[in-house]
Design a protein around this ligand. Structure first.
Ligand SMILES: [Zn+2]
Length: 223
């Protein structure tokens, strides 16, 4: 994704902080850089016009990109989260959610800076071999995930990862995105069913057509 942006810009970007930092990131970053898909880009080597251009191109290639400033208490940089990366830390997934809602992804819930672009998902090749379609949303197969939730997560499924990511963003859990519909995932799913006001008989921790479609809003398609 970064290479695509650099090609567009015709210049190189300097990464000042990458991914998989597991607690070793700058304090101000919180846990957002702990897992996959998050980079910080140097801005002091770019003039204001170039910074604005970088922000737009990052967004166009489907990063949730935010210009972090000294005013906000940061060393000036651009913080970018790969939309649709299945390995994001839940805190970074929440920033994608904020970005989709036109927010800056910070605690203050302020508005997103700079121009809005059409939100897409880059065709990332996932470790599981699955592929997120260009410009589309991942697909979750209802019957398949129902079987796995009932079986207690005997298999690793990309569809379950998609659900875990959505649960982390929606009900602020921090499930491991491991593709297994184990106890914690089922409990979190139950919370989701409760939160959306499902009838008691449907609060069972097993995805149903309505609660799954609700969870998928803006994130995945149910088939
Ligand atoms: Zn960052």
């Amino acid at each position: 994704m970064l290479e695509a942006v650099e090609r567009k810009l015709g210049r190189k970007l300097v990464i000042v902080q990458g991914s998989f930092l597991a607690g070793k990131a700058a304090k101000r970053s919180g846990p957002t850089h702990n897992r996959a898909g998050v980079v910080d880009i140097r801005t002091k080597d770019q003039n204001a016009a170039q910074q604005a251009q970088t922000l737009v191109e990052l967004r166009k290639v489907s990063f949730a990109a935010f210009h972090r400033t000294t005013k906000q208490g940061f060393a000036d940089h651009i913080h970018a989260v790969a939309i649709g990366d299945p390995g994001l830390d839940p805190s970074a997934a929440r920033q994608v959610e904020a970005y989709r809602n036109g927010k800056n992804g910070l605690k203050d819930g302020g508005p997103l800076d700079g121009p809005r672009v059409k939100i897409t998902v880059f065709p990332l090749t996932m470790p599981t071999g699955g592929v997120v379609p260009v410009g589309g949303r991942p697909v979750v197969h209802l019957v398949t995930v129902q079987l796995q939730f009932r079986a207690g997560g005997t298999k690793v499924l990309p569809d379950v990862k998609t659900i875990q990511l959505a649960l982390n963003a929606r009900i602020k859990t921090s499930l491991a995105v491991d593709g297994r519909a184990g106890k914690f995932t089922r409990e979190a799913y139950k919370k989701h069913q409760k939160a959306i006001g499902s009838a008691p008989k449907f609060i069972d921790g097993i995805p149903g057509p309505k609660d799954l479609a609700n969870l998928g809003r803006g994130r995945f398609r149910v088939i």
